[in-house]
Design a protein around this ligand. Structure first.
Ligand code: GLA
Length: 738
């Protein structure tokens, strides 16, 4: 396991024997250094191989192919070589990974391998979120490359998590020349491989409709998902999987990439004339131009690669394990989160101390553990058109002050949480009146508003410090144990008065680095805080944010039916423990649908669980269900948070019902969530096939007498109860009997 470098004797320029083999438990990733120019080729990624020397796949034995034997056709070589980190403008006409503008105005860049090193563990990526692992858990390979003409050093970093079938990649660039180099593109990873007639899976959406799964056949040309919104956005997701046509949840090959970054991204696949496919991922090069002065460095964010031969489900469980164990940090990473009640849909801006305390009083009696005060507690923020930036408690609403409110809530036996939107500024705010230049804008142009607000220029240190102190001061002033960090508009109209003209192209990325710096400060000063990120629902649900907050608000759409698709797409990659999910009131505030309170509970139990309603106003019979729902949360949350997730059926595909299952790692317990969205006439009950159980263990379904072997439940199936009506659900809890 781990990484091996096979250097087979003296350098033989005609054969590719300088090989790197990266092995995990079930996969191998193989690269080779070839020819006089030491090109780094991608040889193989897939299920684990015993052989290491499979560099014949690079066709370097075909004499006319390599430049050292056929300089006349160097360009043909470059344009078809499966490059590990392709350059630009020197023969390879496909989209590459790196782009430059040299002092001479030239764009060409191409890399040769210089040296390498292999070591245990994994280095941090300065200023960036990244997966981590102890020395025994992972091994890192650094391949040092150079472009001699530019005087640029490029280090390709690979880390192998031996027990999780994942390889992470990133890139570090140094300007070792005496002149400025402008980086116009720095992607983080590339997979250049044969197109096995792949399908492509991506996630798409909109506000309140995030991360819907799309699967399509790939074809010649390029297809990209991307963002230019300064955040991943509701619309696209920095993820792509290529899978063989026959791949299902349980069988078939899947190659997936996911980007650990919270800003502009691109994930692209390009099928070329030779039927090979180049899958690339990184910071979106549009509007990106980074000036690298001599001796300066640039660190690209991390990309995660995984290969599964056990279908989509295999991919999903790899991402879940990797993120739970090697990305999420802090106090709450392995802990049950307090059941919260958030007042947003309950009151919107119309609340005060009395109202909040009334909600808390009812809530605590029902077993709810934390009150979260959402938007509207500061400045004169009575609607969404003002006061962002004025983070002083509005004591007309919060009578007696914040500390008084928090103490009252604490006295009721509840924790207290608070909402912030620190990155924003309303034109109608004291902050804007005193610092209009703190907003991101293009000089001479009226900056475009979104939700009546502008974005603060976090690239400036004084702005970052102001923002941080606003948040920290409030947190220091009372016993606040949770923060919802929101961001309700994308970036646009990019301009910063503090940067020179030739650094304006750095703003998007500098903004993301600034955000990371702020959240890093926050979790360091308040290590026991439960931080939940949010962006108009789930526009910044990405692995980068998970490094700072163990959970992210999934979507502003809390309708139980809409949530099925949103949570299915989210859980495709993200552990269930990260998905902010609440029971809200009906008719639902986003779609107007009425679903049973029970069903809303089953769906929210899949995520972090909480309430988003005025508990003093809902029907008594619904209120009565809350203690039961909370006891289910306490009973099942360890399993949901830590278990293996299996998708059994998708409402998005069958248009009738949804079904998923979580199985404990020791396979002694499982929870099946079954939601019948639409009833259909004349069927007795529905048979589903459970997954992931131990075929040799016997399981009893809670409330039933009989017990069945795992293989019966998986192969012969399991009969769900007949449910009368639409939007009905059931949880089935299985326990192994001795
Ligand atoms: C965003 C969030 C909501 C709520 C509002 C408050 O839309 O996603 O949950 O906090 O902002 O303005």
């Amino acid at each position: 396991m781990g990484i091996k470098h096979y250097d087979c004797g003296p350098q033989n320029i005609h054969s590719a024997k300088r090989i790197f083999k990266l092995d995990t438990q079930n996969t191998s990733y193989i690269m080779a250094v070839v020819d006089n120019d030491n090109f780094l080729g991608h040889v193989y990624y897939g299920s684990k191989l015993k052989d290491y020397d499979v560099a014949y796949l690079l066709r370097t034995n075909e004499a006319p192919f390599v430049p050292s034997q056929n300089e006349r056709d160097r360009s043909s070589f470059m344009d078809s070589f499966p490059a590990e980190y392709p350059g630009h403008g020197v023969g390879d006409c496909r989209d590459g990974c790196i782009g430059v503008l040299s002092q001479g105005g030239h764009r060409g860049v191409n890399l040769s391998v210089v040296s390498h090193k292999i070591y245990d563990g994994k280095p941090e990526l300065t200023g960036l979120p990244a997966t981590f692992g102890r020395q025994r858990e992972c091994t890192t390979l650094e391949i040092e490359c150079a472009d001699a003409a530019l005087g640029m050093e490029v280090t390709l970093l690979y880390t192998v998590f031996e027990n999780v079938d994942a390889v992470t990649r990133s890139v570090h660039i140094k300007n070792a020349s005496r002149q400025d180099i402008y980086l116009t593109k720095v992607l983080s990873a590339c997979l250049d491989m044969d197109n096995k007639d792949f399908d492509r899976m991506t996630l798409h959406g909109s506000w309140a409709r995030e991360r819907h799964i799309q699967r399509q056949k790939i074809g010649y040309g390029k297809y990209a998902v991307s963002s230019l919104r300064g955040e991943p956005g509701h619309q696209e997701h920095p993820f792509m999987a290529l899978m063989t046509e026959e791949t299902t949840q349980d069988v078939g090959e899947v190659y997936a990439v996911h980007f650990v970054y919270s800003g502009n991204f691109i994930v692209q696949e390009e099928v070329n004339q030779f039927d090979s496919v180049r899958l690339t991922v990184g910071i979106n090069p549009d509007d990106f131009c980074w000036k690298l002065a001599p001796e300066e460095c640039f660190q690209a964010p991390e990309a995660v690669l995984t290969y599964s031969e056990n279908g989509i489900g295999g991919m999903t469980r790899t991402f879940h394990d990797l993120y739970r164990n090697h990305l999420i940090r802090g106090e709450y990473r392995d802990k049950k989160r307090p059941v919260l009640i958030n007042n947003w849909e309950a009151t919107y801006f119309d609340f005060n101390t009395d109202k909040l305390i009334a909600i808390a009083k009812q809530a605590t009696g029902l077993g709810i553990e934390m009150l979260v005060m959402d938007d509207g507690w500061f400045g004169n923020r009575d609607s969404d058109n003002r006061a962002l930036g004025d983070w002083q408690v509005n004591e007309e609403k919060i009578k007696g002050g914040l500390n008084f409110l928090v103490e009252e809530v604490n006295k009721l036996g509840m924790k207290f949480g608070i909402w912030f939107e620190p990155e924003m500024i309303s034109p109608d705010s004291d902050l804007y009146r005193s610092h209009p230049d703190w907003a991101i804008a293009i000089p001479g142009r009226k900056a475009s508003l979104a939700r009546n607000q502008l974005v603060l220029d976090l690239t400036r240190k004084e702005v970052r410090d102001y923002v941080y102190e606003c948040v920290a001061k409030i947190l220091r002033s009372a016993n606040i144990e949770y923060v919802k960090w929101d961001m309700n508009r994308p970036l646009s109209d990019i301009g910063s008065v503090s940067l020179p003209a030739d650094r304006q192209g750095e703003i998007y990325h500098r903004y993301v680095l600034a955000l990371y710096e702020l959240q890093d400060r926050l979790v360091k000063e308040f290590p026991y805080l439960l931080l939940e990120n949010c962006s108009g629902g789930g526009a910044r649900f990405d692995p980068g944010m998970l490094y700072y907050s163990p959970q992210i608000w999934c979507s502003d759409d809390t309708d139980a039916v809409e949530r099925l698709a949103i949570q299915e797409g989210t859980a495709l990659i993200y552990p269930l423990s990260t998905m902010g999910a609440h029971v809200s009131d009906c008719p639902n505030h986003t779609v107007g649908r009425t679903t049973p309170f029970e069903t809303r509970g089953y769906v929210a139990l899949t995520g972090t669980f909480g309430y988003e309603l005025d508990v003093t106003k809902i029907a008594q019979e619904e209120r009565n269900m809350i203690p039961e729902q909370i006891s289910m949360y306490h009973k099942y949350n360890d399993l949901i948070r830590c278990g293996d997730y299996y998708r059994i059926a998708s409402y998005g595909e069958n248009h009738l019902y949804d079904c998923y299952e979580v199985v404990s790692k020791d396979k002694k317990e499982a929870l099946v969530t079954y939601i019948q969205v639409l009833n259909c006439p004349n069927y007795h009950s529905r048979r589903i096939y459970l997954k992931g159980l131990d075929p040799h263990m016997k399981y009893r379904i809670e409330g039933e007498k009989e017990a069945y072997y795992g293989d019966t439940l998986m192969k012969a199936g399991f009969q769900t109860e007949k449910l009368w009506g639409d939007f009905k659900g059931r949880l089935y809890h299985l326990k192994a009997i001795l």
